[in-house]
Design a protein around this ligand. Structure first.
Ligand code: NAI
Ligand code: MG
Length: 379
């Protein structure tokens, strides 16, 4: 008979290590959570490459059910490969059945409407990889639409081309291009999503006393979509007189982030611009080993380090767990465990400053788990 736990834990957390170093860093997360004694049940779920290969689905429906029945999710990383390569790696029984690989993380974001991707990039004192020591940025990236909506065409169906031709004079110069020599990806923005992401950025700025929110778009060229984002930002900003709204084009932003990153605080952007800008921001504070993220919806959230599965380091317990441990901090904050979140961040900061226990990327020789144990021991 199965043993039934009489006392329910305060939180049920879906535990998705995924592939490669996702597993290594999730082991590190567990060391920290156990040291904190968080009152939680961690429910493991299946996700990633192994399930694509053996079942033809990297996100089996049982995992979607699990997500729906927990408070939030902690996620390691998954391996993704282009369509053709993915198909070739399926077990022989599943080949030639027309199965198409879709990234589980993108699917989870859309399925659970995790509309807000928050990516903090803080230069912790003493990190030798800091570009400057006074950088403290948070990127808010719209997470479900924009150029990553997935509405794409190749070859271009005649009906789609005709509809575009009839409705836009600028399509005329594409009239004669053969269907298999033209590809179209739609950049879809909705007003509601623009307002939502901008509002999250302003709420955060207000809550954490940030002086400004910079909307990063390109409305002078991408008039309709970027234009909508900037318009909504101006409108939402009126409700936050205590926070300044700055507007910067994405190309200029790349330049300013290298020139004067310390001048910026909260950045907000659509899906692709946010993706690109947040990798740049991560590198300013030590790279992927330091970049945490939260995917937040109205009543669910998934927390994951920004990095991928780094297959060449898989299972070696070599990589930096800091990104994952900062991700745990974001989860604790979202759960309302503010004290624990602060303890985690202070202890990460102290271990970085001391500089005795470091992984290879920071010039050290310590393992993933040694760093986690040091941070857990400093709590
Ligand atoms: P990656 O982030 O896995 O690794 C790139 C390089 O960054 C690594 O080779 C390593 O040198 C460094 N790195 C990454 N994490 C680190 C850490 N914690 N500590 C120290 N160094 C670290 O990106 P890559 O190589 O482009 O992709 C590998 C796989 O991961 C691909 O299959 C890709 O599709 C997938 N991926 C998954 C993501 C996710 O799960 N959300 C995000 C990005 C990539
Ligand atoms: Mg990215």
């Amino acid at each position: 008979m199965k043993e039934v736990n009489a006392i329910m834990a305060k939180y049920r957390i879906t535990w998705l290590p995924g592939d490669g170093i996702g597993r290594d860093v999730m082991d590190a997360a567990r060391i920290l959570l156990d040291a904190l004694d968080l009152d939680a049940e961690y429910v493991p779920g299946d996700v990633g490459w192994e399930f694509w290969r053996s079942e033809g689905d990297a996100l089996p429906s049982r995992t979607v059910e699990l997500l729906k029945n927990t408070d939030c999710c902690l996620f390691g990383a998954i391996t993704s490969k282009p369509k053709q390569e993915a198909e070739e790696e399926l077990v022989p029984e599943l080949q030639g059945k027309g199965l198409v690989y879709f990234s589980p993380i993108v699917r989870i974001r859309q399925l659970l409407d995790l509309h807000t991707n928050m990516r903090p990039c803080t230069a912790y004192p003493g990190n030798p990889l800091n570009y400057r020591d006074d950088i403290d940025l948070v990127v808010f990236r719209e997470n479900t639409e924009g150029l990553y909506s997935g509405v794409e065409f190749f070859p271009l169906p005649d009906q789609v081309r005709e509809a575009l031709m009839q409705n836009h004079p600028k399509m005329a110069r594409f009239a004669e291009v053969p269907a298999d020599e033209i590809a179209v990806s739609c950049r879809i923005f909705t007003r509601n999503s623009c307002r939502r992401i901008v509002r999250h950025a302003f709420e955060y700025a207000r809550q954490f006393d940030r002086p400004s929110v910079t909307v990063v778009e390109k409305p002078n060229v991408i008039r309709e979509t970027s234009g909508m984002m900037v318009r909504e930002a101006r409108d939402v900003a009126k409700e936050y007189p205590d926070v300044e709204l700055w507007e910067t084009n994405v190309d200029a932003m790349a330049m300013w982030l290298v020139k004067n990153p310390q001048d910026y605080s909260v950045l907000v952007a659509s899906n692709m611009f946010g993706d690109i800008i947040s990798d740049l921001c991560a590198q300013l504070v030590g790279g992927l080993g330091f970049a945490s993220s939260a995917n937040i919806g109205d009543d669910y959230a998934l927390f994951e380090p920004t990095h991928g599965s780094a297959p060449k380091y898989a299972g070696q317990y070599k990589v930096n767990p800091t990104a994952m441990l900062l991700t745990v901090k974001l989860m604790l904050q979202w759960l309302g465990e503010a004290d624990m979140a602060t303890r985690v961040e202070n202890s990460i900061s102290a271990v970085i400053a001391e500089g005795r226990v470091r992984t290879y990327d920071v010039g050290g020789t310590s393992s993933t788990l040694e760093v986690a144990e040091e941070i857990a021991g400093t709590l």
